[in-house]
Design a protein around this ligand. Structure first.
Ligand code: FMN
Length: 208
């Protein structure tokens, strides 16, 4: 492997806590990630843990930002869905390279109200709606062709409106821990944490 020139960070700083509420802090950074042109600012790495304590991670999109947390949509029968069913604890990681920032979140995932999933599903492109029926996400399949046959099957089954599959919907990720990381020169990064204690958020700075 050719050696990469060491990159130094210097675009921002977190000299002090400007927010008592980490969701407000998050929403400011999320807005800046969009304004500053970060690639895929809505993408996060979601980690779940199985019964044996084995963590697994994958990228998903945040589709809504609420006061209580983040909403993602997926297949409830997928690997992540089965793991969340048995263990609600999840971790979410946002990395916004153009701002030299990451946000680490820990919390619990819960299914959103089915009406909300219906509304979101209804405004997805038809091909994605059909895909939600055709793809038994995370299950082993014989071939690409068998997946495409299922697509044709559901295209025929639902020539007009595609109903939301009962196994597809949203999760609300409710955080109880945040870390806001801002890259700084000489690897002396800023790390500001928020830990939920009852209804309050306790703030702390940790070493880089
Ligand atoms: C940029 C990007 C965005 C993605 N967004 C989603 C998403 O919003 N929902 C989803 O279920 N999968 C999404 N995926 C696919 C997941 O990474 C993953 O392959 C899928 O959810 C199955 O994961 P699982 O088998 O661990 O459950 C996305 C992948 C990428 C690379």
């Amino acid at each position: 492997m050719t050696e990469k020139k060491r990159y130094d960070f210097g675009k921002g700083k977190l000299d002090s806590f400007q927010y008592d509420n980490p969701m407000l802090f998050f929403s400011k950074w999320y807005q800046e990630a969009q304004e500053q042109g970060c690639a895929d600012p809505h993408a996060l790495v979601l980690s779940t843990v199985n019964e044996k304590g084995q963590p697994s991670s994958r990228v998903v999109y945040m589709r809504n930002l609420l006061e209580e947390g983040f909403i993602i949509y997926t297949n409830y029968l997928s690997r992540k869905g089965s793991e969340i069913l048995k263990n609600h604890k999840v971790a979410a990681l946002f990395y916004w390279d153009c701002c030299e920032r990451q946000v680490r979140v820990e919390g619990e995932a819960e299914k959103v109200d089915s009406k909300l999933s219906d509304e979101y599903f209804a405004q997805r492109p038809r091909i994605s709606q059909i895909g939600a029926w055709a793809s038994e996400q995370s299950s082993e399949i014989d071939s690409r062709a068998s997946l495409e046959e299922r697509v044709i099957h559901f295209e025929k089954k639902y020539p007009d409106v595609v109903p939301r599959p009962p196994h597809w919907g949203g999760y609300l990720i409710k955080p109880h821990y945040f870390e806001f990381w801002q890259g700084r020169l000489g690897r002396l990064h800023d790390r500001l944490c928020y830990i939920k204690e009852g209804k309050e958020w306790r703030k702390s700075r940790i070493a880089p």
